[in-house]
Design a protein around this ligand. Structure first.
Ligand SMILES: [Zn+2]
Ligand SMILES: [Zn+2]
Length: 311
C-alpha cells in the first residue's frame, strides 16, 4: 500500500472496494446461468457445429479416492484427452494434448501408458484447427500448444485468458509450459467477466477453482444437442453426482469455488436433459457417451477430413 500522501478520493473509494470484491471471489459465490450461456453462444452468426469428437492419448492410474473425496480406493483410470468441435468446413480444438516429456511429469515417478500414435493424431489435429481453446493452464491440456515445436504458428490461433497467461508466465505447473513475455504476446489473450462467445454455438464460461484460469466450454450443435466441457472441475463425474471435490494433495484448488461449480453442475444435470456435462478425464463417462453416440472416439485430421471443403 502507498503511504498516506494525498490519495485521490476516487482511488480511495476503489481501494475500499477491493477487499469486498476479493472476499466475494474467494468466498464460494461462483454461479452461472445456463439461459445466459445459451444466449451468449448464439451471438456469433454462422452454422453451428455438427459433432463432438475426442481422442484419448494417455492415462494415469489413480485410485478413485483422489478424484472424489471419501470414495473407496478402487482402481480408476484417468484418461488424458483432447476434444474436437467439428463444423461443416473446419473445426476447433478444446485442449491440445501433451508430449511424452510432459506426460512423464504426471506419472510422478511411475511409467504410465502413453499412446504415441494417438498423441500424434492430437498433434496433427491441433495443427489443422481453425481455433484452439483450452479449459485450463495445466500441462495435460495446454502443452500441445505451448510446449510444441509449432508453438509459434499455433499461438496466433489460440485463445488464452489473461489469467491463464499470468499463470503460464509466473507460476507454470511445470517448467516445460512456462511462457516468456515474447511468447505470451503471440496468443490471442482475452479477459472476460462471465461468458465469452468464441464461435457459432460456442461460449466460454469463467470457472476459476481447479486453477485460477479454469473455464468451461459450452457447445451447442446444429442438432440441438448441447455439451458443457468442464475440464477438471471434477476428474470423475461422481464428483458432480455426489457434489464432492477431489482429495489430491498435489493440486491446490479454490475448494469453495469448485464445490459451487459441482453443485451447479449437479442441478444442471437433473434439469437439462439435452445437455451433456463432460469431464476431461472420466474414462467411464467417455465410454458411455461413445456407446450412446454422443461422442465420436476419433479425430478428423487435416489431410483426411472428408467434409473439409473450401467455403
Ligand atoms: Zn488440471
Ligand atoms: Zn487435467
Amino acid at each position: 500500500m502507498p503511504h498516506l500522501n494525498p490519495v485521490p478520493l476516487l482511488l480511495a473509494a476503489l481501494l475500499s472496494l477491493a477487499p469486498t470484491e476479493a472476499l466475494a471471489q474467494a468466498g464460494g459465490s461462483w454461479t452461472a446461468d445456463i439461459a445466459d450461456i445459451r444466449r451468449v453462444a448464439a451471438l456469433i452468426p454462422g452454422p453451428r457445429p455438427l459433432r463432438l469428437n475426442y481422442r484419448r492419448f494417455a492415462e494415469s492410474r489413480r485410485t478413485k479416492n483422489f478424484s472424489v473425496k471419501d470414495a473407496p480406493p478402487l482402481p480408476s483410470v484417468q484418461a488424458r484427452t483432447a476434444f474436437q468441435v467439428v463444423y461443416a468446413d473446419s473445426y476447433l480444438m478444446v485442449d491440445a494434448g501433451m508430449d511424452a516429456a510432459v506426460h512423464r511429469f504426471f506419472g510422478r515417478g511411475v511409467d504410465e501408458p502413453y499412446d504415441a500414435a494417438a498423441a500424434t493424431e492430437v498433434e496433427r489435429a491441433v495443427g489443422g484447427a481453425r481455433l484452439i481453446l483450452v479449459t485450463h493452464e495445466h500441462g495435460d491440456h495446454i502443452a500441445g500448444v505451448v510446449h510444441s515445436p509449432e508453438a509459434d504458428t499455433l499461438a496466433p490461433k489460440t485463445i488464452l485468458t489473461r489469467t491463464q497467461v499470468g499463470a503460464l508466465r509466473t507460476k507454470p505447473q511445470m517448467p516445460e509450459i512456462q511462457l516468456t513475455p515474447d511468447q505470451a504476446r503471440r496468443y490471442i489473450v482475452v479477459d472476460y467477466e462471465r461468458y465469452l462467445p468464441v464461435a457459432p454455438g460456442v461460449a466460454l464460461v469463467k470457472a476459476a477453482g481447479h486453477t485460477p484460469g479454469s473455464q468451461m466450454v459450452y457447445v451447442a450443435l446444429a442438432s440441438g444437442r448441447e455439451y458443457l466441457l468442464i475440464g477438471d472441475a471434477t476428474w470423475h463425474m461422481d464428483g458432480v453426482r455426489l457434489m464432492r471435490g477431489k482429495d489430491a494433495p498435489w493440486v491446490t484448488e479454490d475448494e469453495a469455488a469448485v464445490l459451487d461449480q459441482l453443485r451447479w453442475l449437479n442441478q444442471l444435470g437433473r434439469t437439462e436433459p439435452r445437455l451433456v456435462i463432460l469431464a476431461s478425464h472420466d474414462e467411464e463417462q467417455h465410454a458411455d457417451l461413445v456407446r450412446d453416440e454422443l461422442l465420436v472416439p476419433r479425430l478428423e485430421l487435416p489431410d483426411s477430413n472428408p467434409s473439409g471443403g473450401q467455403r
